[in-house]
Design a protein around this ligand. Structure first.
Ligand code: C2O
Ligand code: CU
Length: 483
């Protein structure tokens, strides 16, 4: 029979395609009045890219506007009208990760908007009040669409930032490629139920590695984004006499600069969706600096900064960014909640009461952007890929403007980068004592670790999920209803 969840969630919409009707609260709300200062279109489409190397077959990837990892730069305070156009052969949506925005523009099918079908479009009105390094990606068939490269960078520039002598954006992503350039399965059960299904072709901005320039003795600002679906990376840097490196922002938000060397193991551990800004002080003698992921035994050195020119007046550094201006949680009044990340048992497509290999069930699964397998849960609830038919009840109901301290406990054997939409949260503590105080939208929680975050609740239905995309698609996703 139908589970309790099916009644609570999709209740009114049981019966297949009727589920497409926009009945959820987020969709019913009228768009906020909004005079855009900037307007643009983002079209998802297919293109060819040489990923396997010179003289090797091309790969057919997805990108926005035909530019892999295209970078948009907008000024802080901009009111952006972004029209998403779906030029790929499957349903998609646009989600601007980390941006605090009205809920109806969040791009989550099921919860805030209908899926954008091929050829369709959806208009997002985004207030860009927080400066920093953000990104955007689809929120449907994430392993497939993001696995094929669909993601872009959104930089919100702050005129108050210190002047750097060089700036570079680095998007790290691995690809699952066969010898002929085609894609291997994006998810395999052995991966989805464990640490994830890894890509073997490692890239930065679509290339095996980058040769970047910065003046000797100068300061380079590197915006490093982990846009992989799966891999957790240990980002570090090495250089000669006079070199130094500081973490100056996490997920776009400035923090009190920390020397990379003063962090545990001299690295910043970064899961999918996490971003850092690093201030690199170049050696005065013109020697190079290298950046790498030191996590695997086989270190992946993804960039070399080579000296070009020399600064006239060397600055010692670090070059700190202005402190974030985010709603500050009231710790005295805050409500405390705790959520546990769990492994869950596998459930088949049962709410449809159709066998998973039935063509109708399959058509429904494709058209609604739903998954059928569950390996993970949060607080005993699982929500594989945002299924309409078994939308679980919210993990929590919260009050707009109230402060919350949320503990995230990892009872699984794998790390999980946990993301909350529509908010920036203050990372208060780690039970392993490994995290400096900072603001973020995604926090990596290690096996056995409990991390505490705090935020002021913003109105809407916001998803809370692991950003290892296979974990999210197989159940490690829930949502908060904030009224
Ligand atoms: Cu990048 Cu639901 O998030
Ligand atoms: Cu996870």
């Amino acid at each position: 029979g139908l589970s309790r969840r099916a009644f609570l969630g999709a209740g009114a919409a049981i019966g297949g395609l009727a589920l497409l009707a926009p009945t959820r609260t987020g969709m019913a709300r009228a768009p906020a009045p909004f005079a855009p200062t900037h307007t643009l279109t983002l079209t998802a489409g297919e293109m060819e890219l040489k990923l396997l190397g010179p003289d090797r077959p091309l790969s057919r990837i997805y990108a926005y506007d035909g530019v892999p990892f295209q970078t948009l730069r907008l000024p802080r305070g901009a009111r952006l009208k972004a029209t998403f156009v779906n030029g790929i052969d499957e349903g998609s949506t646009l989600h601007c990760h980390g941006i605090r925005m009205p809920n109806e523009f969040d791009g989550v099918p099921t919860l805030t908007q209908p899926l954008v079908q091929p050829g369709g479009r959806f208009v997002h009105l985004l207030p860009l009040d927080d400066p920093g390094t953000f990104f955007f990606h689809p929120h449907c068939d994430e392993t497939g669409q993001t696995g094929r490269g669909l993601a872009g960078v959104l930089i919100v520039e702050d005129p108050r930032d210190p002047a750097f002598d060089a700036e570079h954006v680095l998007c790290l992503k691995d690809w699952r490629l066969a010898e002929d350039g085609s894609f291997l399965a994006f998810s395999e059960p052995g991966g989805a139920s464990k640490a994830g299904t890894f890509g073997a072709t490692r890239t930065v901005n679509g290339a095996p590695s980058l040769e970047l320039k910065a003046p000797a003795g100068g300061h380079a600002r590197l915006r490093i984004l982990n846009l992989d679906s799966t891999r957790i990376m240990d980002i570090g840097a090495e250089g000669g006499e006079g070199f130094d490196a500081w973490l100056i922002a996490v997920d776009g938000h400035a923090l009190e600069p920390v020397r990379l060397d003063d962090l545990p193991d001299g690295i910043w551990r970064m899961g999918p969706a996490q971003r850092i800004d690093v201030d690199i002080r170049m050696p005065a003698d013109g020697s190079p600096v290298t950046l790498g992921d030191y996590r695997a035994a086989d270190i992946y050195r993804f960039a070399t900064l080579t000296a070009e020119g020399r600064v006239a007046k060397p600055r010692k550094g670090p070059l700190a960014l202005p402190a974030p201006e985010l709603p500050k949680p009231d710790m005295k009044e805050a409500t405390r909640l705790s959520f546990t990340l769990q492994q869950a048992t596998n459930q088949a497509v049962k709410d449809l009461a159709l066998p998973a290999d039935d063509p109708l069930a399959k058509a429904l699964i494709d058209s609604l952007c739903v998954g059928s397998t569950t390996y993970w849960g949060i607080q005993s609830e699982s929500w594989p890929t945002g299924t309409r038919r078994n939308l679980p009840p919210p993990l929590a109901r919260m009050e707009t403007g109230a402060s919350y301290v949320v503990e995230i406990k990892n009872e699984t054997r794998y790390p999980h980068p946990v993301h909350l939409h529509g908010h920036a949260f203050e990372v208060l503590s780690s039970s392993l004592g490994r995290l400096p105080h900072h603001w973020a939208d995604t926090v990596l929680v290690q096996p056995g670790e409990a991390v505490e975050v705090a935020f002021v609740a913003a109105p809407g239905d916001w998803v809370f999920h692991c950003h290892i995309l296979e974990h999210m698609e197989t159940g490690m996703m829930g949502w908060f209803r904030i009224v």
